[in-house]
Design a protein around this ligand. Structure first.
Ligand SMILES: C[S@@+](CC[C@H](N)C(=O)[O-])C[C@H]1O[C@@H](n2cnc3c(N)ncnc32)[C@H](O)[C@@H]1O
Length: 310
């Protein structure tokens, strides 16, 4: 588990953005709750910036042990450590700030849209929630590199039918580096699949929306790339876009079984659905539809992570 913490602490785009947000909002004497505290990094920064009391909530006992040890060795004495899932903690803290870095590569697989709305009960009226909003984007992938890796089964050979293996591989989402040159150039207003605001109201765990893109020239589509941008506080945003500085989150690649040969004026449509209910943790389904310029359906494929689970 420490390997994941090492990876995220080495991501200076991430650490710099959270540091900047905390420097802006932490006022001397304030109380902060860090939901999913890991090593304790965010709470410890807040303590250094003048917070009077920091409450660390972390479900992994090993991280509570590590963060207690770090606090002791760093002479930080104003922290309270609570081991458990924040959603099961009944206490109220009347905090000035609730912060949580529970952002997954896809964004929702660490259950941020369930955890953060629930954690609002730790916040006093008028308190600050970090992050404040999150948007997920999608665009078609027009270069073969990521698709070739996922569909290597087509080329394994040995006179065996590898299709049961390919069927499972293509029904999965992949954390991959996707470059901007890998994407179909599409207008930026056509990429937003979802948006969640953490400050108010309940957020539904089942998210679904359609996107579509018109081809200006012939292009081969190999799958869909996903990325997100997250507003920590107004003016401070973290992004996993292929157009932004790289982060440890990279991008998500959603494959399709066979490349789609698109002609000028054809449409590529994608229906994307995610389910991050606590009982599910995460499931993503994507349907890609290719229509010609008259609207006639040429290809349709439906992918579901549950089919790739075995
Ligand atoms: C990505 S790490 C972030 C650690 C640290 N806050 C940081 O920014 O460096 C997320 C941590 O949150 C914990 N976590 C996720 N959801 C949680 C929840 N609902 N309650 C308690 N811990 C949670 C995970 O176990 C993991 O250690």
């Amino acid at each position: 588990m420490i390997e994941y913490q090492r990876l995220i602490m080495a991501d200076t785009v991430r650490t710099a953005a959270f540091e900047k947000a905390l420097r802006t909002v932490v006022k001397p004497g304030c109380t902060l709750v860090d939901v999913g505290s890991g090593t304790g990094f965010l709470a410890f920064l807040a303590s250094k910036f003048g917070a009077k009391r920091c409450i660390l909530i972390e479900r992994e006992p090993e991280f509570i042990k590590i963060s207690k040890e770090m606090a002791r060795r760093s002479n930080i004495t104003n922290c309270t450590f609570i081991c458990g899932d924040s959603r099961d903690i009944k206490k109220s803290f009347n905090a000035d700030i609730v912060i949580s870095e529970t952002l997954g590569n896809f964004a929702y697989e660490e259950n941020i849209i369930e955890t953060l709305p629930d954690a609002r009960r730790f916040l006093k009226s008028g308190g600050v929630m970090i992050p404040q909003s999150l948007r997920i984007h999608a665009a078609p992938v027009v270069r073969a590199a990521q698709w070739k890796e996922v569909t290597v089964w087509d080329r394994v050979g040995f006179d065996l039918d590898w299709s049961p293996c390919k069927e499972r591989s293509v029904n999965n989402m992949y954390v991959k580096k996707v470059e901007k040159a890998d994407l179909l150039p599409v207008p930026s207003h056509t990429t937003q699949w979802d948006e969640v605001l953490f400050a108010h109201g309940k957020i539904k765990s089942i998210r679904s929306a359609n996107l579509s893109w018109k081809l200006n020239h012939p292009a081969t589509i190999y799958g869909i790339c996903l990325w997100w941008d997250c507003t920590l506080i107004p003016g401070i945003t973290l992004s996993t876009s292929p157009f932004a500085p790289p982060t440890h989150w990279q991008q998500i690649f959603l494959p399709i079984p066979d490349p789609i040969a698109g002609a000028s004026h054809d449409t590529i449509a994608c229906t994307l659905r995610s389910d991050s209910r606590r009982s599910v943790k995460i499931n993503v389904q994507w349907e890609v539809l290719h229509k010609d310029k008259t609207g006639k359906e040429l290809v349709q494929c439906r992918m579901d992570m549950r089919r790739g689970a075995s």
